[in-house]
Design a protein around this ligand. Structure first.
Ligand code: GLV
Length: 323
């Protein structure tokens, strides 16, 4: 069968696909041009795609032979899964393998924004490091502060586990409340959204992007947060109204933000990059060599299973998964 891979992946992963199929692989880190993608998808059976590829009605209609779409990401808001299902195309994602890397990066953001790590590094390298002074470069303690996790899925749970190392009480808000034994095991307390926003020193977002979570955080929610609190987002940009966040940061409604994702990636909302109280990363939540290699391998494993007619291990819409 014919397979298209839209991102630059390690040879060890591509060779697994080549063993069974006729492979066309994009060889650049610049996302595949939309027109090229629409043309190439025309005769492929399997597509291994990236979050930068929009798999919508137009693409699905162009992919007349498509049977299997493997997204190399845990989030799959770039794919119209309902439309794929209606066409009998299986869709998979890569859950699990990126939990630790993404939870680690959440803490990198919490620590960097609280302890002014980026600003201090810039000053040190530029030769402006003056002798030590008792009240300069002051940040804020992380240890013992309250962490509010919105979305306690696999990544949110790993963030909670790390928080205990910092002796942080952890509140969480989730679509479904966990059972009390699980709450106790993970060491988290359920809270309604507004209470979590007003009681947390750090509000960290770990929800998937859906119709229910788009713009979950607007001006109203930011105003509920403490003036000393920080917003951390490693989920998806559109969960936050980014213009409202800029206003909140400019007006002192909250103390700062650590962001890995943006509403219109790779563009930033006007004013965001000029703010001193933000740490801005280029969507690198899962970007470690070990994790991205595992994600690529898992996406390939799903793709190959689907094309063999087996149920892909991380199928999002296979009849057996849906049952
Ligand atoms: C990355 O953003 C992912 O969803 O895996």
């Amino acid at each position: 069968m014919k397979v298209l891979v839209t991102g630059r992946l390690p040879e060890q992963v591509l060779s697994l696909i080549r063993k069974e199929h006729d492979l066309t692989a994009h060889a650049s880190d610049v996302p595949m041009d939309r027109r090229e993608l629409l043309a190439l998808v025309g005769d492929v059976d399997g597509l291994l795609c990236m979050i930068t590829d929009r798999v919508d009605e137009e693409l699905l209609a162009a992919g007349r032979n498509l049977k299997m779409i493997a997204n190399m990401a845990v989030g799959f808001d770039n794919i119209n899964v309902g439309a794929a299902t209606a066409r009998g195309i299986w869709v998979s994602n890569t859950p699990g393998v990126l939990n630790d890397a993404t939870a680690d990066l959440t803490f990198a953001l919490i620590l960097a924004v609280s302890r002014r790590v980026i600003e201090s590094d810039a000053i040190t390298r530029s030769g402006r490091f003056k002798p030590w002074a008792p009240f300069s470069f002051l940040g804020t303690d992380v240890t013992g502060k309250t962490l509010g996790i919105i979305g306690l899925g696999n990544i949110g749970k790993e963030v909670a586990r790390r928080a205990h190392g910092f002796r942080m009480p952890v509140l969480y808000h989730n679509r479904r409340r966990l059972d009390p034994v699980a709450e106790q095991d993970i060491g988290v307390r359920f809270s309604d959204l507004d209470a979590l926003l007003s009681e947390s020193d750090y509000v960290s977002l770990h929800v998937p992007l859906t119709d229910q979570t788009r713009r979950l955080i607007t001006g109203r929610e930011l105003k509920l947060m403490r003036r000393t609190a920080y917003l951390i987002n490693v989920s998806r940009g559109p969960v936050v109204d980014e213009a409202a966040l800029v206003q909140a940061l400019q007006s002192g409604w909250i103390a700062g933000a650590g962001l890995d994702v943006y509403e219109n990636e790779p563009s930033l909302a006007s004013g965001l990059a000029q703010l001193p109280n933000v740490v801005l990363l280029p969507h690198i939540g899962s970007a470690t060599l070990e994790t991205r290699t595992q994600m690529a391998a898992l996406a390939a494993e799903n793709l190959l299973a689907g094309l063999r007619g087996e149920t892909p291990p991380n199928c999002l819409n296979c009849p057996r998964t849906l049952a």
